[in-house]
Write a protein that binds this ligand. Structure first.
Ligand code: UDP
Ligand code: MG
Length: 312
């Protein structure tokens, strides 16, 4: 019988895990597969690891990977994908926003021969208009800026064939935008739509600041357009200032109209200063990321793995 791995990053989800586990068992038991349910504890400070310990002892199909600290959703997913043994691996959130009742559908599409079954969130119940609008804008922007197509509403709820997981493991970058990576990986992909229900319990772990960082990771990982933008603006202003200099020299030498024009000067200094800072800022975003990557630090550290009947 084939093995399916279900990878679930959890960060302070003490009130969701039990229900999630029950639901997954319910839908998987009707199917002809064995499965392993891999929870990746992303440095939770609540009872999450203890619940995982109990579940793992009670059910040999449950594994708990306890990370050394909070690394964020994308690295937790990566850790789970690195440790999954299944012939297919499904990644999903542990808060019931990725409905377990879709598991049979994803698996049947895999049986049809698709190596990536990617879900697309068409709407989310109870989400603020602000998040809907900013997320829509982000996808328009990133698709305009990068060569890789990133589907709007793409979520980290997807099925990957073992072959795709093996390919994915060869990507070693730290600033991860897994949606983009999967899009760029290729293989036979299928999109499946769903409506995300409200979170079962607890609150979203993604603050505005985190969303913004995530968006910047996505854009810088798949587009160099911002760098080029600074270059083109710089070029344009270099040309303009060359023209203006010629004009000033002409006035100074051939006419008597040379007057102290401090308004113009201070205005242009401000404008150019601003543009330079903008350019520096954009370069800084990339340089910072280069710095993070060249350090070649391990992507994450695993404190322990919880498994049935194993000493810790
Ligand atoms: N998560 C994680 N590490 C984090 C933040 C979140 O592993 O630093 C997990 C979280 O427990 C959940 C999933 O990632 O299972 C999605 O997080 P959340 O529901 O907060 O995001 P949202 O659905 O609001 O985008
Ligand atoms: Mg959620």
């Amino acid at each position: 019988m084939r093995l399916i791995s279900i990878v679930v990053p959890v960060y302070n989800e003490e009130d969701n895990i039990e229900v999630f586990y029950q639901e997954v068992c319910k839908y998987m038991s009707s199917l002809e597969y064995t499965f392993e349910l891999i929870f990746v504890d992303d440095g939770s400070s609540d009872a999450t690891p203890f619940i995982l310990e109990r579940l793992a002892q009670a059910d040999g199909r449950v594994r708990g990977l306890i990370m050394a600290r909070n690394y964020g959703h994308q690295l937790a997913l990566t850790c789970g994908l690195d440790h999954a043994n299944g012939d297919a691996v499904i990644t999903m959130d542990g808060d019931m926003q990725h409905p377990p009742e879709m598991l049979p559908l994803l698996l049947s599409k895999w049986e049809d021969g698709f190596e990536v079954v990617q879900t697309i969130r068409v709407s989310t119940e109870g989400v603020s208009w602000f998040k809907t609008v900013t997320s829509g804008m982000f996808y328009k922007l990133i698709n305009w800026m990068s060569k890789v197509r990133i589907q709007e509403g793409g979520s980290d709820f997807r099925l990957l064939d073992k072959a795709v997981v093996q390919s994915f493991r060869r990507f070693k970058e730290r600033a991860r935008f897994i949606r983009g990576m999967i899009g760029a990986i290729g293989y036979r992909q299928l999109l499946v739509e769903f409506t995300a229900p409200k979170r079962y319990a607890g609150t979203s772990k993604f603050s505005l600041k985190r969303m913004l960082h995530f968006a910047l990771d996505g854009i810088t990982a798949y587009s160099q357009l911002p760098l080029r933008f600074a270059f083109y603006i710089g070029l344009l202003f270099a040309l303009i200032s060359f023209g203006v200099t010629m004009h000033v020299v002409y006035i100074k030498i051939f006419t008597l109209e040379a007057v102290p024009g401090w308004a113009t000067i201070s205005a242009s200094i401000l404008l150019l200063g601003g543009l330079q800072l903008l350019g520096l800022g954009i370069i800084g975003e990339y340089v910072g990321r280069i710095f993070e990557e060249v350090k070649q630090r391990p992507l994450y550290l695993l404190r322990e793995e919880l498994k049935k009947d194993q000493e810790k």
